[in-house]
Design a protein around this ligand. Structure first.
Ligand code: 5AD
Ligand code: SF4
Length: 382
């Protein structure tokens, strides 16, 4: 990453001499935010002298970047930890250090640091800059077994400006433009694992895109938990940022993920319509088509408002397509509520939908509700 292009990022080439020759393997679960974060992690560690490898058996350090959005995602990681230990024991090549990053680090630090998991490092989403220091402690004495190092929480003035290591495998790249979420949908654990919304500086975002183009990239996907809620100040919201990114020479296409229905204002859709580089694909999770359920999910829009938004987009954006996420079996969802969702899906005619069975997340507000739709019924609705 060129330092001159990213003036407000700490230079990474001076962090540590590349003499220890340790190899790092990163495995990523969950959403594109995590894919991006894994590139950030690799960037931080490369600057500290680690070499990325794609074979975990060849690694001195294994990091698993995790997701907590549903229980199933967490179970997968817990069993993967055991599997990796077994594979390494069989190969007589135990990794020196095994660490957990991402949302599970935030939500399950107590569980993960229990002795039976034998985890050395638990690092939350705002703390990847701490990795070299924490690892120095873990690698300090090969004979000793230091206690797990833990770095989690959201109390600092974090603006999430760490640059990713760009490993172009194609010409399409992710650019996270903010972190966290200020919506508090009742089913969702993300506001607690990723903290409040905090914007990356517009200058950093534009420089990151320019740097991608310099390296041969032609496409970017702007990322955020609610990318359309980006707001730097009264002058610059997501629509304004999109226009500025679209002005960058050498860029062919811009996508963005994920939109929130409440932020799909007409002026944003007008920009999407006007800017040729912006792909007219809108991923705007509806979650339900029943007003009763939407209210209890605290989504802050009604079914008819979503439908009006779709209608506006179809009138103004040529070739626009919609995709969405839905949750079935939210606590208290009746057959009539579910039928409303089905009729809503039929009405909108989404290009793609991703549907999930409700999964109770300890700590999310809906965990206080009775998870009363049976597993079989959730399966049927799915
Ligand atoms: N149970 C099931 N699905 C969930 N999602 C978020 N939280 C939960 C949960 N507790 C889904 C939503 C979101 C997608 C990324 O994951 O549909 O849009
Ligand atoms: Fe979770 Fe809702 Fe925020 Fe999306 S908008 S991350 S579903 S709380």
């Amino acid at each position: 990453m060129s330092e001159s292009l990213i003036p407000d990022l700490a230079p990474r080439t001076t962090q540590a001499p590349a003499t220890h020759g340790r190899r790092v393997y990163v495995e990523t679960y969950g959403c594109q935010m995590n894919t991006y974060d894994s590139q950030v992690i690799l960037g931080v560690l490369e600057a500290a002298g680690y070499t990325p490898v794609t074979d975990h058996l060849a690694a001195d350090l294994i990091l698993i970047n995790t997701c907590s959005v549903r229980e199933h995602a967490e179970h997968k990681v817990i069993s993967r930890i055991g599997e990796l230990r077994t594979l390494h024991e069989k190969a007589e090549r135990p990794p020196a250090v095994l660490g957990i990053c991402g949302c599970m680090a935030e939500r399950m630090q107590d569980e993960l640091t229990r002795q039976r998991h034998r985890i050395d490092l638990v690092v939350g989403v705002d703390h990847y800059d701490d990795l070299p220091g924490l690892l120095a402690g873990q690698f300090a004495d090969e004979e000793a077994l230091p206690a797990p190092s833990v770095s989690v929480g959201h109390d600092g003035d974090v603006h999430y400006v760490a640059p990713p290591a760009l490993y172009p495998t194609n010409n399409s790249h992710l650019v996270t433009i903010h972190k966290g979420c200020d919506y508090k949908c009742t089913y969702c654990i993300v506001p607690s694992t990723r903290g409040p919304q905090s914007e990356k500086r517009p200058g950093s975002i534009l420089n990151e895109v320019r740097s991608i183009i310099e390296r041969g990239g032609r496409e970017v996907t702007l990322l955020g938990q609610n990318v359309t809620a980006y707001k730097w100040d009264d002058e610059l919201d997501f629509a304004g940022l999109l226009k500025q990114v679209a002005r960058i020479d050498g860029l062919d296409r811009i996508r963005f993920l994920t939109g929130h229905p409440c932020d799909m204002h007409p002026h944003l859709m007008d920009v999407i319509a006007e800017e040729e580089k912006v792909c007219p694909w809108l991923h705007v999770p509806a979650q339900s088509g029943s007003d009763r359920t939407l209210k209890r999910m605290k989504r802050y829009y009604r079914r008819d408002e979503y439908l009006a938004m779709v209608e506006y987009a179809r009138r103004h954006i040529p070739d626009v397509t919609f995709s969405s996420d839905f949750i079935v079996g939210f606590p208290g969802e009746t057959e009539a509520d579910f039928e409303e969702t089905l009729s809503f899906v039929r009405k909108v005619r989404f290009d793609t939908v991703f549907s999930f069975k409700y999964s109770e997340r300890p700590g999310a507000p809906a965990a206080r509700l009775d998870d009363d739709v049976t597993v079989d019924e959730k399966k049927r609705r799915l």
